[in-house]
Design a protein around this ligand. Structure first.
Ligand code: 3H9
Length: 666
């Protein structure tokens, strides 16, 4: 039974139980509607409580239903039944009360929470807006400005904040929740239908400030939600509900909303694929080897999530910089890592340095301790080969900055055992990361795709586009900043060192653009040196176009025997996307990526690829066939060695490996 009704002292307690997260699907809406209809026919009911048998009250609507016409009864009809009852209805909130769940609660006459209660409107992150009165009733309850903030930010707030805001009426200890809700339902003397209330008076300047703050760089659905909140308060309540619902239905069917739903499920599929069937042992202590930028940021990230962190480094000064971190202790003795349940290798990216560390570390560890390497490029099998227990070793690749970037790649070697995997995937989950499984290959998954993206951007410059034209075209696609501005921010020297390292093994037939090398040779290492692909006069935050860079590019083109031609924004976007898709198809074909949707997760979470497009593979898959073929052929022609996989496109065919991944994400 999804909803059960129990009578206590004239109060009908409707308990919802729809595992795993009390998600609002057709079956739940139907069960609730039937129970409410049944209650409406009884004359022995003085009040109603809606409660949850699970740890969450209601985690929002089932978004897998949003691709098709929604089945009756729809949520607004269920909420109307609550409002139409003559007796008061109290929502007893516990755990997550999100989206449609919060809307259901706002249809009740009173909301009582326990300390675990968390409320929020996640809809705007899904390309839509609340569709069952969320914008309308919230503004009538707490005012326009706080509603704009809640709806547009999609932030989740805890019970205390919800109480302070007036979104819920009381917070009581969890064991008293039901009794208190029943008591209030029995004693409330009148209905309090939010839909009939006028909005509380509010200051136009505060409203305008909230609107301006939340409209900055906002997606169209967020702007529509803000407009709806503002318009709703001056309309008749039911007319406002109709308008909100019409907008919801319209936005639900957009490509953008479909792409965001696709990513929602893609993220969960990827995370599931990193999780073995066995439970993870409890982990309390994390060791970090290396107190450099990455090690220090990792230490902070783990400490913030309640782990005890021990950082080992032979450099005392680096340890001292970490000293004030709460829950972090530094040590110059590797033996101290013996206390750690998991040690993360964040030492310098060099095979000798890493294998030396592993050899010295392992004798101090308990047999159950796990070792995870944060290497970006090195061969994990070679590292594992120096260990006595290679089963405990795994790749755990974080992305910069690791305390804020959600992406993490989990890379198992041929020896990694299930327990080790369970340990690192539980770490990723507790840190709130978006993990994807990755196999062993140069740059694993995400960096490999990004490298081809960067490479194509440089081909485009050699062909005739300016760095600013490439950056602008990609910002128009939806990136916050383009690849050359990113390179200047991160510094050009690390990639330069890597290119020098790889020079000896590079296929001589491969197209190689040496403009970045020339910039580095001229001392232009990016923003930190005041100049890179752009110029940063007097420490400017944003780079300006620099004629000296144009000269360097002109000279490089001339030396390569190329003459510049005009390159359109469309060509830039097509070639860049096609290049990423070629790399994606190769990774899936080689088994380094498990599925194409993992790549979309990696690029949207780790490299800020515009989520509203669903990721590079999904964005490409939504194009028509002719555009796909033309873009692949253009990528192939830009470098037949790098994009060999796209060769059939020159003859008008979509290569099989590419068709396969496009089909998988449609
Ligand atoms: C909405 O309410 C619109 C209204 O305004 C409309 C009114 C008309 N849909 O994440 P987990 C599945 S919009 C479908 O692994 P956790 C999930 O796929 C909606 N499925 O667990 C997974 O399935 P499986 C607003 C969903 O504990 C399983 O449940 N709501 C949904 O780490 C467990 O999920 C949201 O945006 C869903 N809404 O996290 C909430 N939610 O086992 C989105 C979960 O088969 N959900 N599933 O792979 C979340 O943020 C997290 O899932 C939650 C649990 C925090 C609830």
């Amino acid at each position: 039974m999804i909803v059960t009704t129990d009578m206590t002292n004239g109060v009908a307690v409707l308990t919802v139980n729809n595992p795993p997260v009390n998600m609002g699907n057709t079956a739940l809406r139907r069960a609730l509607a039937e129970s409410l209809d049944e209650v409406a026919t009884r004359d022995d009911v003085v009040g109603v409580v809606i409660a949850s048998a699970a740890s969450h009250f209601y985690a929002g609507s089932d978004i897998s239903e949003f691709d098709r016409p929604l089945q009756a009864p729809q949520l607004p009809e269920v909420i109307a039944r609550i409002e139409n009852l003559d007796v008061p209805v109290v929502a007893a909130l516990t755990g997550l009360t999100l989206g449609g769940g919060l809307e259901l609660a706002l249809g009740c006459d009173l909301r009582i929470g326990d300390p675990t209660t968390v409320v929020g409107f996640p809809e705007t992150t899904l390309g839509i807006l609340p569709g069952a009165g969320g914008t309308v009733r919230t503004a009538r309850l707490v005012g326009v400005a706080p509603t704009i903030d809640l709806v547009a930010s999609a932030r989740r707030i805890d019970a205390d904040e919800a109480l302070a805001l007036g979104l819920i009426d009381e917070v009581v200890p969890a064991d008293l929740l039901l009794a208190r809700a029943a008591e209030r339902a029995a004693t409330l003397t009148a209905k309090k239908r939010l839909i009939d209330l006028p909005a509380p008076p509010s200051d136009p300047a505060t409203e305008e400030a909230a609107r301006a703050r939340r409209s900055k760089r906002a997606r169209p659905n967020v702007l529509a939600a803000i407009d709806m909140v503002c318009a709703g308060v001056s309309l008749d309540g039911r007319e406002a509900l109709r308008r909100e619902r019409a907008l919801f239905d319209q936005l639900r069917m957009t490509d953008e909303a479909a792409n965001l739903r696709y990513l929602f499920f893609a993220k969960r599929r990827a995370a599931k694929a990193t999780r073995p069937q066995i439970p993870a042992p409890a982990i309390t202590t994390i060791g970090i080897a290396g107190a450099g930028t990455m090690g220090a940021a990792l230490a902070r990230a783990f400490a913030e999530h309640g782990y005890e962190v021990i950082v080992f480094d032979s450099n005392r000064a680096a340890l001292d910089r970490l000293a004030d971190g709460h829950g972090i202790s530094g040590t110059e003795s590797i033996a101290d890592l013996g206390r750690a349940d998991v040690t993360i290798d964040a030492v310098f990216e060099d095979m000798d340095v890493k294998t030396t560390l592993l050899r010295e570390l392992e004798p101090h560890l308990r047999d159950t301790a796990v070792i995870a390497s944060n290497t970006s490029y090195l061969d994990l099998h070679e590292m594992a080969s120096v260990l006595a227990i290679p089963e405990r070793f795994v790749g755990l690749h974080f992305f910069n900055p690791p305390d804020r970037n959600p992406l993490v790649e989990i890379i198992r070697t041929s020896a990694t055992d299930e327990r080790t995997l369970a340990v690192v995937s539980s770490l990723a989950s507790r840190l709130g990361k978006a993990p994807i499984p990755a196999g062993i290959g140069d740059g694993f998954v995400a960096n490999r795709i990004y490298a081809d993206y960067r490479m194509q951007a440089e081909f485009l410059v050699e062909d005739g586009a300016s760095p600013a034209e490439v950056d602008t075209a990609l910002v128009e696609l939806g990136f916050a900043i383009g690849p050359f501005a990113v390179a200047d921010m991160s510094g050009l020297d690390i990639a330069w060192a890597r290119r020098k390292r790889l020079a000896a093994t590079r296929d001589p037939r491969q197209r190689y653009v040496d403009i970045a090398d020339r910039l580095c040779e001229a001392g232009r290492l990016g923003k930190k040196t005041g100049a890179g692909w752009y110029h940063y006069p007097d420490g400017a935050r944003r780079g300006v176009v620099d004629p000296r860079v144009d000269e360097i590019i002109d000279k490089a083109r001339a030396d390569a025997g190329m003459s510049a031609r005009a390159v359109s924004g469309d060509e830039i976007r097509d070639r860049v996307l096609a290049s990423m898709v070629c790399a994606a198809a190769a990774l899936v074909a080689d088994g380094i990526a498990e599925r194409a949707s993992d790549i979309d997760v990696a690029l949207t979470e780790g490299f800020a690829f515009p989520a509203h497009l669903g990721g590079p593979v999904r964005a490409f898959a939504r194009r028509n066939r002719d555009e796909v073929v033309a873009a692949l052929a253009a990528a192939y022609r830009s470098c037949p060695i790098s994009f060999a996989i796209a060769e059939p496109a020159v003859a008008g065919k979509i290569p099989e490996a590419i068709e396969k991944i496009l089909e998988a994400v449609r």
